[in-house]
Design a protein around this ligand. Structure first.
Ligand code: SF4
Ligand code: SF4
Length: 232
């Protein structure tokens, strides 16, 4: 990449995560914003390595800010600092996909992997009852108590791994909470620098002692009897 690009999309598979810092730093030489997308996420995701890589990237972002007064943006680390609500793709809630055959799907992954699961077509509009309310963040017991606003909350991943549209598998939440944790380091630095550098409003993000918000959920439920195994 020779010329400067305002916005770059970086797709990296979860088994290539050791190369993350290197890839991100290379792209930032010619860009001020990267939208990072980790593909192939599942329960074997290497959380320790991810934290290490994201930590190094956050240190790089902080150094850039101190030296050049520019906050380079990595969506998964910097967006949540400036958001006040969840910013996922809103599949099935506010967005739909139309296929070349004019069928309507809740999301592009449904179209690619489950072509028979369309919810309507261009002629008739949305004609199947696909339980839209389950796609709405406000109706997810976990997401509505969670402020990892940068999280993709991929409903396709939810359905694939928990058989529920609005229940995320633990590995998706834990990944997002690693990002959330590291965002706090950047936020603290930004607060210190906010007197010298003009910045949009910063929000408060509280440190939590868990990575899976089901831990918080279970505290608020009397006689919570879970068969769901998770690591805090
Ligand atoms: S639900 Fe997941 S797979 Fe579907 S569009 Fe959103 S992020 Fe992509
Ligand atoms: S971390 Fe989990 S609970 Fe929070 S928004 Fe993402 S999927 Fe929902």
């Amino acid at each position: 990449m020779d010329s400067f690009q305002e916005n770059v999309i970086l797709n990296i598979n979860s088994d290539e995560i050791k190369e993350l810092e290197k890839g991100v730093k290379t792209l930032f030489k010619n860009s001020d914003r990267i939208n990072l997308n980790i593909t192939g996420l599942d329960k074997n995701f290497n959380e320790e390595e991810y934290r290490l890589q994201m930590k190094k990237i956050s240190e790089f972002l902080i150094k850039e800010l101190e030296n050049n007064g520019v906050l380079k943006e990595l969506n998964l680390l910097t967006d949540t600092i400036f958001l006040d609500k969840h910013e996922n793709c809103m599949a099935g809630e506010n967005t739909i996909i139309i296929s070349p055959k004019e069928k309507i799907y809740t999301c592009c992954a449904e179209y690619s992997n489950n072509p028979d699961e369309f919810i309507g077509d261009l002629e008739r509009g949305i004609s199947k009852d696909y339980s839209k309310r389950l796609y709405e963040t406000k109706n997810s017991n976990l997401c509505r108590i969670c402020d990892a606003y940068q999280c993709k909350n991929c409903v396709y991943i939810n359905r694939l791994y928990t058989n529920e549209i609005n229940v995320s598998p633990s590995f998706q939440c834990r990944k997002s909470h690693i990002e959330r944790d590291i965002s706090i380091d950047i936020l603290e630095k930004l607060k210190l620098l906010s007197e010298e550098i003009e910045l949009p409003a910063l929000r408060e993000i509280k440190r939590e002692d868990y990575l899976d918000p089901i831990s918080k959920f279970s505290e608020g439920v009397e006689n919570f009897i879970g068969y769901y195994k998770y690591n805090k």
